[in-house]
Design a protein around this ligand. Structure first.
Ligand SMILES: [Zn+2]
Length: 231
């Protein structure tokens, strides 16, 4: 990863530096949660401006990460083909520990995967990434509206999102988008509240969990419930 320490979001409107120096992220010297978040958001700015650096994608990086990985962020994202984290955050091999499941829901396996990364690699940031017009959210709303069921295992996705729809209640405006946002916030809070490992890391300042939404129309990632991340 390249931590562009001197680059602020505002500064990237003028120029994206060609070379960004940073001490390599090791398990003994992980970036702070805030530095990791800045790196993600800076990468997203490069992506939407078409100023990609494609960091950590050279052939030499293969051998480098073969020895071990130190991902600086965990992304819990949707399986949707249009929201590939390494692409939308302009990152490379070994940078992101990505868990993808339709609707970015938190099943036991998802909890286990995230706890593993945080515990094993000292990864300082977890981002729950929902996205505009999510099919899993749309399917849940449709099934609830019609009182119908969805086929086979798709039901497990719907079952996970239903409580969020119930929490949201009546919505004026874009229901899918409201549930997309609330679902990402809900899942981030689930991770904060229901995992002893994650809770302990948050309390010691070594981890932040944030929720965000990817905008399909322009590629932008916006943070949602920023008050929630230090919990
Ligand atoms: Zn989706």
């Amino acid at each position: 990863m390249r931590l562009a320490a001197a680059t602020t979001l505002a500064a990237t409107t003028l120029a994206v530096p060609e070379v960004a120096q940073a001490a390599p992220f090791t398990v003994d010297s992980p970036p702070t949660p805030d530095a990791a978040l800045k790196e993600l958001l800076d990468g997203n700015v490069r992506f939407i401006r078409g100023r990609l650096r494609h960091p950590d994608q050279r052939p030499s990086r293969i051998a480098e990460v073969a020895k071990g990985q130190h991902p600086f962020a965990v992304i819990l994202g949707c399986a949707d083909s249009r929201v590939a984290p390494e692409i939308v955050f302009d990152q490379g091999l070994g940078d992101l520990f990505v868990v993808r499941v339709a609707g970015n829901i938190a099943s036991d396996d998802v909890f286990g995967s995230i706890e593993f990364a945080v515990e094993e690699f000292g990864t300082p940031l977890v981002t729950v990434l929902g996205h505009q017009r999510c099919g899993a959210v749309t399917a849940t709303l449709n099934a609830m509206d019609k009182g119908s069921t969805v086929p086979a295992h798709i039901d497990s996705l719907v079952a996970a999102i239903k409580p969020v729809v119930a929490e949201v209640g009546t919505v004026t405006g874009d229901r899918v988008d409201t549930v997309v946002r609330e679902n990402a916030i809900h899942v981030a809070h689930q991770l904060m509240d229901e995992s002893e490992i994650l809770k302990e890391k948050i309390e010691s300042g070594k981890l932040k969990i944030v929720d965000a939404r990817y905008n399909l129309d322009d590629g932008r990632v916006d943070l949602l419930d920023t008050a929630g991340h230090s919990h």
